[in-house]
Write a protein that binds this ligand. Sequence first.
Ligand SMILES: [Zn+2]
Ligand SMILES: [Zn+2]
Length: 346
Amino acid sequence: MQMVMGNIHIHSTYSDGAAGIPEIARLVAKSGLDYIIITDHNTLRGLPEEGFYENVLVLCGSEINIEKNHYLALGISREVAANDGNPQEVINAVKEQGGLGFIAHPFDKGSPVVEDGRSYPWEDWQVKDFTGIEVWNWGSQWRDAIKNKPMALYFAYLKQEAPITGPYPEAMAFFDRTSRQRKITAIAGTDAHDFHIRRGPLQRRIFPYDYLFHTVNNCLFLPQPLSGDFEKAKEQVLTALRLGRAFIVNRRAGEPDGFSFTVSSGKRTAIPGEEIEFKEQKTILRVRCLGRSRKKVFLKIIRNGELYWEKRDNKVEGLLGKKGIYRVEAYLNRKPWIFTNPIYVV
Ligand SMILES: [Zn+2]
Ligand SMILES: [Zn+2]
């Protein structure tokens, strides 16, 4: 099994981002990522620019809708019309093209000092047939924490990471509830724009692209190494996202090398996104954090949305006593670090 790491939810100059796709790709090549997914607002203009840039796979989707119910559509080839009032129509149109779709920044709250407090939450919770949910959006979480102008200056200049607390608890609760009905995939997005702010003498770039490539990313498990053939590689990345063979990593806390989460039962071993049959006294859960980041790890095993085990260690291994949907949260140096998709023990 191979692991690749990449960044999802990036805006280029085809919408409100600050750089073109080749420029963004040039920055990624130096960041240690294997793939990125550009998602400009309501356009697929970047699609002809998909491809390999040095060794980085650059894919292009779209973020659909305007005032609310933003939906990240991946793997589509025709633009889908915005429909803020009926996001199910958008979800269906993406699905009809064989695309993947993720509910974006669902609990976006807004800040009184940014855009007059405007926010872009998800409002229609009756929807079905989406692929997954962006449980953590770096840009949205950062902005939501700004309650006044002094805080804006403090977060912009002194402590950029202070507002970053991990996936939104409401989003994780929704993810856990929905996972008990059907498999969906949790992802993190940076919502990279590289905003340039100019107010009188103040000039500040808020989260340049290359900074964000070192924040929240999505690691994918691939059965084979990433192909050098563009179409094959695209299919590999989208398939892993579709199946939830993925985990979220915050590189500001540490790199994910050496991390693994498996459940084995008899001769079979499952990774995140997979199902495995429960066998009494034979089903074993294992978590390993053996890379450079192995110190000071705090691991939580979540079963059916509730804390099952927790341990301050770089590994956990134990017999499972019952069926359930198991996922892992890991904190490193007191920072939110790794959040996996579940293994389904059935
Ligand atoms: Zn959005
Ligand atoms: Zn966005």
